[in-house]
Design a protein around this ligand. Structure first.
Ligand SMILES: *Cc1c(COP(=O)(O)O)cnc(C)c1O
Length: 360
């Protein structure tokens, strides 16, 4: 048995929807993108949703539409995918790293507050693994220090905190990469409650145009295609069902796994389990047990083995040598994610749990 960490979850409905778009003759950004944006916004209870080419460009648009650029600092966790930081670097602004809460793996509000300077312009928590960061705390922090609030929601489609969806607090970026909870092959979505941010984001996405061939600014081509949006509409339909399956798989692991530290779900939060991430008990060498587990055909993976601020590019840029993020460093050594995707069979998840219990 070979059990992958994730599987693209697309089928006949997507094929039919894409074929219909091809036959319509309108294949670039058109009515399907508009419909996908409207439905995505409705689902998350947010005023605006603006589709783009991928999650990274959605985050980059979120920065630019909020006027973030050279001379500004943006506070983020270092325990995330690299794009959390590159979306800031592309604007000329500087990522500033803060530590995580060891129980949720999300940005720690107290650590974030400790790195605020006069240059701090924004703060962008990541809803890592599918659970919302402490947004009420970050909202209060942003208010207190006059900062822009952003969200990296690339891993958390449909996750809620205190009854409110992620993507509704600040300007947010979602990803539709195939491993994410819903996919358009490649794709992304910016969400915002702010009319002006939305208007600027739409211009940034389309060559800085306010109307055809009238360029108000230098923008990009970050347009999604109607092909991808047609797929996204089907995926969005299926999202609640798939999230329920992910939760069901998580419950099974919670009941069955023995010697590992299991993921914590905060009070008043829903977890959408983009990843089911365990932590090693004291004295267990994560890399050693991971090899043994993989050798038995269970596709466990580490997200993420190296903190962003320790990546070679940050070493080359300099200025990041003396940053001390103990919880981040500890997590990179101790975490391991298990297959939890909606296509996992009961036999597969039983095998995953059996192998983990055997090896650890
Ligand atoms: C996937 C991901 C991104 C980037 O999304 P892409 O669609 O791959 O560009 C950004 N941040 C986080 C946390 C991610 O997991």
């Amino acid at each position: 048995m070979n059990i992958p960490i994730s599987k693209p979850n697309v089928g006949e409905r997507e094929i039919a929807a894409i074929s219909e778009v091809i036959r319509s003759g309108m294949i670039a950004q058109g009515p399907k993108v508009q419909e996908f944006e409207r439905r995505f916004a409705e689902y998350h209870g947010v005023k605006h949703a603006i589709a783009s080419t991928n999650g990274t460009t959605a985050l980059q648009m979120a920065m630019l539409a909020n006027g973030i650029g050279a001379g500004d600092e943006v506070i983020i966790p270092s325990f995330s995918f690299f794009a959390t930081a590159s979306s800031i670097l592309f604007t000329g602004a500087k990522p500033v790293f803060a530590d995580i809460d060891p129980e949720t793996f999300n940005l720690d509000p107290a650590s974030a507050e400790s790195v605020i300077t006069e240059k701090t312009k924004a703060i962008m928590p990541v809803h890592l693994y599918g659970q919302a960061a402490d947004m009420p705390a970050f909202e209060a922090l942003a208010k207190k220090h006059g900062l822009i609030l952003l969200e990296d929601a690339a891993q958390s489609h449909g996750a809620k905190l205190e009854g409110r969806f992620v993507g509704t607090w600040g300007t947010s970026g979602f990803s539709f990469y195939p491993t994410k909870n819903m996919t358009t092959c490649e794709g992304g979505m910016l969400t915002t409650q702010d009319d002006e941010v939305a208007e600027r984001a739409r211009m940034i996405r389309n060559h800085g145009m306010s109307q055809q061939y009238l360029h108000e600014m230098v923008g990009f081509n970050f347009r999604m295609t109607d092909l991808m949006a047609a797929m996204g509409l089907i995926q969005l339909d299926n999202l609640p069902k798939w999230t329920a399956i992910r939760n069901n798989n998580a419950s099974y692991y919670n009941e069955t796994l023995k010697n590992v530290i299991k993921p914590l779900v905060r009070d008043n939060a829903t977890h959408v389990y983009h990843q089911y991430t365990i932590r090693m008990p004291d004295g267990v060498d994560r890399d050693e047990v991971m090899k043994q587990i993989q050798a038995k055909g269970v596709g466990v993976r580490v997200y993420y083995p190296l903190p962003i601020h320790r990546q070679p590019i940050f070493e080359k840029m300099g200025g990041y040598e003396n940053i001390d993020l103990p919880q981040t460093e500890k997590a990179t050594r101790e975490v391991m994610s298990l297959p939890i995707h909606p296509l996992l069979t009961e036999a597969e998840r039983e095998r995953v749990a059996q192998v983990i219990n055997e090896v650890i």
